[in-house]
Design a protein around this ligand. Structure first.
Ligand code: ADP
Length: 259
């Protein structure tokens, strides 16, 4: 709490009393901490690949380059770390764009089945690699008022996670239902699940249950933060339920709007 006090003097210079203002700055301090944590996280996430790229390049220039096998090995690592940096910067720019005041969605009446099909196409490589399946049950005529590119992005982020955090040969189910109140999209996997205690922090920037696993699968730790922002920008809500070693279910709800 910040405290400010000042005497109140009457018209004739007489002492009337004192005004004390108590200002609750808990929220301000919390925001400042979130900002500082974010900067520290970004620096750490950027530094890790940069250190690796620098180290491997120096070793190559110091002579390791003459061995062709080592050369190829190190260049592959350098390429992978550069891809990681690229992805991270893209996600950071994306998130900061969404968070800007005046961020605008391009709202149109769009077909849900085509949005889900587009997202499935984008993740199809990863799905095939793990011999997984994505089954979607979507009414061809289901429509929604949304920014289609952004909604595809939401689906891609959630489907990518469903694939990354599942074992091979498992299934991901996407379902859509519409009522008078609004439209619900459900994405359910048979993956590793998430401990109940971790669920409340899941949508925080850079929060990961298992940092090593997330890094290995190419995750930036920003995917779900982006998802939450985009869903809320659409006036929607997102809910997650999970059971360890059973699977995870994300539910998006978009309240009905006039089309
Ligand atoms: P990341 O890039 O690490 O995947 P996200 O923001 O997309 O970052 O997700 C945050 C964390 O939530 C992940 O690191 C992972 O631990 C957990 N997570 C997200 N989706 C799932 C899922 N479907 N199953 C299990 N864990 C998940």
């Amino acid at each position: 709490v910040s405290v400010y006090g000042a005497p109140v003097i009457g018209r004739h210079g007489n002492w009337l009393g004192i005004i004390v203002v108590f200002h609750d700055i808990t929220k301000l301090i919390r925001l400042e901490k979130v900002r500082k944590d974010f900067v520290a996280n970004v620096s750490h996430e950027l530094r890790t690949p940069i250190t690796s790229i620098k180290g491997f390049t120096e070793t190559l220039l110091d002579g390791a380059m003459s061995d062709e096998l080592i050369l190829k090995d190190f260049l592959t690592i350098i390429q992978k770390e550069s891809d990681r940096l690229h992805l991270l910067v893209d996600d950071l720019l994306e998130l900061s764009g969404i968070e800007q005041e005046g961020f605008d969605l391009n709202i149109r009446k769009v077909s849900l089945s085509s949005i889900i099909e587009d997202a499935k196409k984008i993740v199809s490589g990863a799905v095939e690699k793990k011999k997984m399946r994505i089954i979607s049950e979507v009414d061809e005529t289901a429509m929604i008022l949304a920014d289609s590119d952004r909604l595809i992005q939401v689906m891609v982020n959630v489907l990518t996670n469903a694939v990354n955090y599942s074992k091979e040969e498992t299934t991901v189910r996407v379902g859509v239902s519409a009522t008078m109140e609004g439209t619900t999209i459900v994405v359910e996997d048979e993956g590793i699940g998430i401990d109940k205690a971790e669920l409340p922090r899941l949508f925080e920037r850079f929060y990961r249950v298992d940092r090593a696993r997330s890094r290995d699968s190419g995750g930036t730790g920003l995917g779900l933060a982006i998802v939450k922002h985009l869903i809320e920008a659409h006036g929607g809500t997102v809910k997650v339920e999970s059971e360890k070693d059973i699977g995870t279910k994300f539910t998006f709800f978009f309240p009905e709007r006039k089309m």
